[in-house]
Write a protein that binds this ligand. Structure first.
Ligand code: PEP
Length: 250
């Protein structure tokens, strides 16, 4: 069976002291959990504190983004090797905010996935449709294109080394959550798309749901057969909410 993964995406929030307090709060509660794997993805400047505080715990650390290149004259970027050196196990790649505000294409996202794996970490590949695309009945077409672009560039075997997060853009930070049935339908579609190329990889790949997941809706979403965890934005900024979602994943 696939172990649930609950990952917190803190986005660009917090201060050094609030980040440390949040990490400590998550650690305290995480000790009482057993089944779900828990990861936190703070902003880059707080990774050093994250590495220090989560050491010797089961909580994993992740980056929110990474440069496509290994090193060199890329002002403002952060390399995969740097993230690995600061203890990251996961890196979020192709979040819709990166795709929308920073022009990340499927080709750029595929390069990021590859360099994360080369550096010994696991990418969390984000895919999802806009409200407009959903209303036009194009959800599956959009998701298929995002998945197929990675298969074309990195090969189907690359899906054995990554996690997927289905994040309907209309549900991110809006308070509107996909219903468990809507989410399950897309998760099943993603799994079938991958299984169509490689049955074993399709059965094994974890597909997280992201988009206004909260303590109140987490267990209904996480009980769906193809929802293997959550990528949590707003609710990851309060330890008790994040831990309640983690408990729902147990
Ligand atoms: C996200 O940005 O990955 C996310 C799921 O955000 P929220 O939970 O706030 O909708």
């Amino acid at each position: 069976m696939r172990q649930p993964l609950i990952a917190g995406n803190w986005k660009m929030n917090g201060t050094r002291s609030s980040a440390e307090a949040l990490i400590k709060g998550v650690l305290e509660g995480a000790e009482k959990l057993g089944k779900a794997e828990i990861a936190i993805c703070p902003p880059f400047p707080f990774l050093e504190a994250g590495e220090r505080l989560v050491a010797n715990s089961s909580v994993r650390l992740g980056g929110q983004n990474v440069c496509t290149e290994a090193s060199g004259a890329y002002t403002g970027e952060v390399s995969a090797a740097m993230l690995a050196e600061f203890g990251c196990s996961y890196v979020i790649c192709g979040h819709s905010e990166r795709r929308e505000y920073y022009g990340e294409t499927d080709a750029i996202v595929a390069k990021k996935l590859a360099i994360v794996v080369e550096n010994g970490m696991k990418p969390i590949l984000c895919v999802g449709e806009t409200l407009d695309q959903r209303e036009q009945g194009k959800t599956q077409e959009v998701i298929a294109q995002q998945i197929d672009a990675v298969i074309a560039q990195n090969g189907i075997a690359s899906f054995a080394e990554l996690e997927i997060a289905y994040e309907p853009i209309w549900a991110i930070g809006t308070g509107k959550t996909a219903t468990p049935e809507q989410a399950q339908e897309v998760h099943d579609f993603i799994r079938q798309r991958i299984a169509g190329q490689d049955q074993a990889i399709g059965a094994k790949v974890r597909i997280l749901y992201g988009g206004s997941m909260k303590p109140g809706n987490a267990s209904d979403l996480l009980s769906q057969p193809d929802i293997d965890g959550g990528l949590i934005g707003g609710a990851a900024l309060a330890a008790e909410d994040f831990l309640a979602i983690c408990r729902a994943g147990e």
